[in-house]
Design a protein around this ligand. Structure first.
Ligand code: GLN
Ligand code: ZN
Length: 765
């Protein structure tokens, strides 16, 4: 029987049990022992579910209290000095939590380690902090303990660990300022590899046969030195007493194929969901003693797999490789929700098109049976169900909206161009009459408990529509009066109606579905519940016009309409796989274009379209950037180009690297862009300066992620730094990002200071 296995299972638990357990522990409401017990229960449940699905081994090492990279960093004893780790002593769980979030029930609080996005996913890992003389040792026992735990429950185990090169690539440190690629980090291999060897030897001593070593950086553009390091590292592991399955995922191996297939490892896992074209190439390069693990079933999306296509592609490979062909999902299932069976409110048809982690394992099992030629009643029934669901989905009238298709075809001829910026900005100035250094905010105001309760009560039916609308209007009025009182120039309505910047729009657009329990870990104990875009996207009715025009009716000052951009909605959803992503994005862009135009018609003179996710949508390989940025920018322009010259379009982005995409940001041609820059002391504006960025820009003058209230003079100084790089008349004054996570007292104090800073700047001019 074809071996099936799994690269990793979601650890959060179907009811987010892990989140509850760690948060209770952090809050001092649960003991360490109770926390450990919750972890054991989750692992036992997940192993049982995987073994029941027919997996040959259960993965061990994919469980993490906070993040799997952080687990590994602490196992290696790589603890930054500020956490006060005693040399040679085991690293305590609370130390792990302090690295992840700065504090824990015991130990002195310290600045948490940086967190950043895991490849092109919405998962965030804790960045290893490295120093040139970094020492390593086995400083935690969890991996070996969990191997024992699983074996005691009767399972064959396959430990899963981050590869040394991927772990180093992800790391950073003062001495390694050239980013991921910094070759200086490779010098640490000398100290690191003996510890890896020791880990492999100890695992072998526990009876482990296979170890999965994850090296997803093999799907990236790698500098030569890193490619060569692969040969060195894996030659050292050749004599280790275990078989190594080298796992790659998130893209094809491409120019790293020769590197990967030349390594002396016992098996190679490749992502055939993202890069099916590499199957024949990888299979051809396989040595006669090697296993190929085919990751056909997507670990990144939630659609049922077209197993017929899988059987067609894999049958010749199976014939050639026999038992040396293994099957797995494309990557760890960390990136999908746990169990579709929990979704009692999705209609059965839509539900039959979907597959979450547990369902994916069942698909894997069915694929193996088909490849093995099994033709019993159960297999026939499963196959028929699978095929029927796919056929129904393909033919469904719910996913195709002829009006949307027609609109999309016609949109090719819609101009994405507005008048030249110089002409636009002068008509906007005439219409808006703003002072120099105009002040504004990014959109949201504090989301208090009362606001959350309002929305919950409305959703549960405890509040009528009219009661809810009345209460939200009261909140909008409060926010408007507050902004007038502190003398902001361009106001916002505060976004009290929004649970989340994507979900709010998804709920009002056709083509979206929502789950009740479709949680996916984002970072630490934080989970997100991405909407599912299953069909053509259309806007049955205006989405924000009511709130925005009410807000505008309260004041003579301009109120910004506030929308989430097409790329960000796409990026933070599970997207249909039956058409290119760019097609779905254009549908979103057209829906937003209607909203933008309706806002303008309702008298809204300033409209902001947030695109914080444009950068994170970048493909892993540079060669693919141009295509992606081309359609991403086109979608933004499609959304915004329907307005008159004197309507001002803003956008907002909250990430810190602009250098390599500045031309695309400029090509979006927003009249005003507000960005996060305060933490970098305005150095991030260098990219805009070098590019001679032509339009208006609001470099965030204070960090909203902290409750600290910024000093007036400090903000004045920052703006003067900005003015040294960019024309003064192009500059706006605003915070870094939205204020929804802040409390009112600090929000008021910070904004009062910010407005004063703008006034000081004007007076000095
Ligand atoms: N308008 C949104 C807000 O203020 C922007 C959020 C974001 O940048 N992620 O909350
Ligand atoms: Zn932001």
């Amino acid at each position: 029987m074809t071996v099936i296995h799994n690269l990793g299972f979601p650890r959060i638990g179907v009811q987010r049990e892990l989140k509850r357990a760690v948060e209770a522990y952090w809050a001092g409401k649960q003991s360490r022992e109770a926390l450990e017990q919750a972890g054991r229960e989750l692992r036992a449940r997940h192993w049982r579910q995987q073994a029941d699905a027919g997996l040959k081994f259960v993965p061990v090492g994919d469980f993490a209290w906070y993040d799997q990279i952080l687990e590994w960093t602490t196992l290696l004893g790589a603890i930054p000095a500020r956490f006060g780790q005693t040399a040679g002593a085991p690293v305590d769980l609370d130390t792990l939590f302090r690295l992840g979030r700065g504090r824990a029930p015991t130990g002195t609080p310290a600045a948490a380690c940086e967190m950043t996005k895991w490849f092109d996913t919405n998962y965030h890992y804790i960045v290893p902090e490295l120093s040139p003389n970094q020492q390593f040792r086995i400083a935690r026992e969890y991996l070996f303990e969990q191997v024992e735990e699983a074996r005691a429950q009767g399972y064959a185990v396959k430990p899963v660990i981050p590869g040394p090169l991927t772990w180093l690539w992800l790391g950073k440190g003062d001495a390694f300022l050239n980013g991921a690629q910094d070759e200086g980090k490779l010098k640490l291999l000398e100290a690191l590899l003996p510890v890896y060897r020791l880990v492999l030897e100890r695992l072998a001593g526990q009876g482990v046969e296979w170890v999965q070593i994850d090296e997803p950086i093999l799907t990236l553009d790698l500098p030569q030195a890193w490619k060569e390091a692969f040969g060195q590292v894996y030659a050292e592991f050749q004599t280790a007493p275990v078989k190594i399955l080298l796992a790659t995922y998130f893209d094809g191996l491409k120019d790293n194929l020769a590197t990967a297939s030349g390594l002396p490892v016992a098996g190679l896992h490749v992502d055939l969901s993202r890069a099916p074209e590499q199957l024949a190439l990888v299979a051809a390069d396989l040595r006669p003693d090697q296993v190929l693990s085919a990751g056909w079933i997507s670990g990144r999306n939630i659609w049922r797999t077209d197993l017929e296509a899988a059987v067609a592609a894999l049958t010749p490979i199976k014939a050639a490789l026999g038992d040396r062909l293994w099957l797995a999902p494309s990557c760890s299932l960390l990136h999908v929700p746990v169990d579709l069976e929990q979704e009692t409110e999705l209609d059965n048809e839509l539900k039959s098109w979907l597959s979450f982690a547990r369902q994916k394992l069942a698909e894997l099992n069915l694929l193996a049976r088909k490849l093995d030629g099994i033709d019993d009643d159960a297999t026939r029934a499963d196959w028929t169900a699978q095929q029927n669901a796919l056929a129904v989905r393909r033919a469904s009238a719910r996913i195709h909206n002829p009006a949307v298709a027609q609109r999309l075809a016609e949109s090719r001829n819609v101009s994405r161009d507005r008048a030249a910026f110089a002409a636009r900005i002068s008509s906007q100035q005439a219409a808006l009459d703003l002072p120099a250094f105009p002040t504004t905010t990014i959109g949201s105001f504090p989301q208090t408990q009362e606001i959350r309760t309002l929305r919950r009560d409305w959703k549960s039916g405890a509040l009528t529509d009219a009661q809810y609308e009345h209460a939200i209007r009261e909140e909008i009025e409060r926010v408007i009066r507050f902004q007038e009182e502190i003398d902001l120039d361009v106001l916002v309505h505060g976004e009290p109606e929004r649970n989340d910047m994507v979900e709010y729009f998804g709920e009002l657009l056709a083509g979206f579905a929502f789950t009740r329990n479709g949680w996916v870990q984002s970072y630490g104990s934080r989970c997100v519940k991405p909407p599912i875009i299953f069909g053509d996207v259309a806007r049955p009715a205006p989405m924000t016009v009511g709130w925005s025009s009410y807000a505008q009716s309260l004041t003579a000052r301009p109120v910004k309409g506030m929308l989430t951009g097409p790329v960000t909605i796409l990026q933070w959803s599970f997207v249909r796989d039956d058409q290119p992503r760019e097609t779905t994005c254009r549908q979103l862009a057209l829906a937003l274009r209607d909203e933008v135009n309706d806002l303008e018609a309702a008298g809204i003179k300033v409209i902001q379209i947030d695109e914080p996710a444009i950068r994170e949508g970048l493909p892993l390989r540079k060669a693919d950037w141009k295509h992606y940025l081309g359609w991403a920018v086109d979608c933004f322009r499609l959304s915004t180009s329907g307005v008159q010259d004197d309507t001002q379009i803003h956008t907002h982005m909250c990430y810190s690297e602009f250098n390599d995409i500045i031309d695309s940001i400029a090509a979006m041609d927003a009249d005003v862009i507000t960005i996060e820059t305060s933490r970098s002391n305005m150095e991030l504006l260098e990219a805009f300066e070098d590019f001679h960025y032509p339009n208006d820009i609001g470099p965030g003058v204070y960090d909203i992620h902290s409750p600290n209230v910024p000093e007036v003079q400090w903000m004045v100084d920052l703006m003067n730094k900005a003015a040294a790089r960019l024309p003064r008349e192009r500059l706006w004054v605003n915070p870094d990002c939205g204020l929804k996570t802040r409390a009112w007292p600090e929000t008021r104090a910070a904004l009062v200071a910010m407005v004063q800073a703008a006034k000081d700047l004007r007076a000095a001019a």
